[in-house]
Ligand binder design. Sequence first.
Ligand code: P53
Length: 474
Amino acid sequence: MGLRKDFLWGGATAANQLEGGYAEDGRGLANVDVIPIGEDRGPIRNGDRKHLDFDDEHFYPAKEGIDHYHRYKEDIALFGEMGFKTYRLSIAWSRIFPKGDEEEPNEAGLKFYEDLFQECHKHGIEPLVTITHFDCPIHLIKEYGGWRNRKTIDFYENLTRTLFTRYKGLVKYWLTFNEINVILHAPFMGAGLVFEEGENKKQVIYQAAHHELLASALATKIAHEVDPDIQVGCMLAAGKYYPETPNPRDVLAAQQADRRNYFFIDVQSRGEYPAYALKELEREGIEIPFEEGDKELLKEHTVDFISFSYYSNRVASGDPESKDQAEGNVIRSVKNPYLKASEWGWQIDPLGLRITMNDIYDRYQKPLFIVENGLGAVDHPDENGYVEDDYRIDYLASHIEAMKDAVELDGVDLMGYTTWGCIDLVSAGTGEMKKRYGFIYVDRDNYGNGTLDRTPKKSFDWYKKVIETNGKDL
Ligand code: P53
């Protein structure tokens, strides 16, 4: 017993949060580039304020990221030193198709990732690739409205066919959309949606979601045609809702809140729209633009495995007056009085990981993959740049313990575990560098000052030992 012998230990990142090199080698602009740090981030990220270019007033952290574009060899060597079996990264769509709607890809972009994947294999690391991690080329947003337009499916189809064909033999594990349910909570960041005044946002969101779900099924179909060895996963921002009290009103609220997020995975994994969603959308007059063949496509090309991020479980209240909201996260929750919180107000709930794993496994009975988990914290390096991050080690150890229980005591089939932000990178939620998750310290502050030097933290050696012992020595 214990974890699989070939358990995929590793770390995870996303292109726009670490690459930088935003205009190099023909790369086009994307929504994620123009989301600034600071108080305007929220309304822009949510699609409530149209902002499709840079201006002089704001700082845009994605422009330089942590300069991984030029330092990926050094970074991957450090991952190799920790013994990573896998490295989860994402492709920047606008490196491959700078505008999004071209017929022919940008060779320089394709070559960059080819070199990067080869570098991974040199270190015995299997890449796990997210096709879209919140990014959408700006041109597709300006010209077509991003995912609200059905044409975007064709552009995504072209992108995925290009990727699967070019990287055949180099990449075995693919994820179609990062945290697909984030479209509900941050629609510009999640799907390139900008709202017009007075329009029905929910209509736009579910229409765009339908297109993403079709695109995901189509990508799964193409992947299996190109190479039957490829495994395709969906990706959920997970975190079960607990009812605030045993009052049935709260229990129902928790169930409904869970379903709003599970909806996407229900379609990607079971291959059809669940009844509760159809009923709700019908009640609210929202139309899903089904066309001929859509139902069959969804039904026939479901995912091979279910991946998810886990930072915390959540709490729902059926009381409309309830105001006790936990801070900081894009996905709202009532505060849980039994839990402590991070410096950013994210509540810390290791046992909740076991509960969530059981919930998802019960629901889908497919292999699971935890592709994000970790603690965002302020680090204090000493004069040599070394960080003693025992708080991070404690967080990760307690979550790995709970994850092992889900496997060993409850029988969940788990493929692997990749910690979020294995090297310090830009926060998706806030745009800060100060919110660090890494085993490797990067000398850079919120506004781009610093040498960009990399220094392993205390957790670096700790994680190396965890991997060496396949999770026994925590
Ligand atoms: P940061 C919402 C809820 C849970 C995770 O987040 C989320 C989001 C969207 O912000 O994001 C994921 O950087 C996401 C990563 C992100 C990571 O969690 O706000 O997939 O891109 O960096 C951590 O602390």
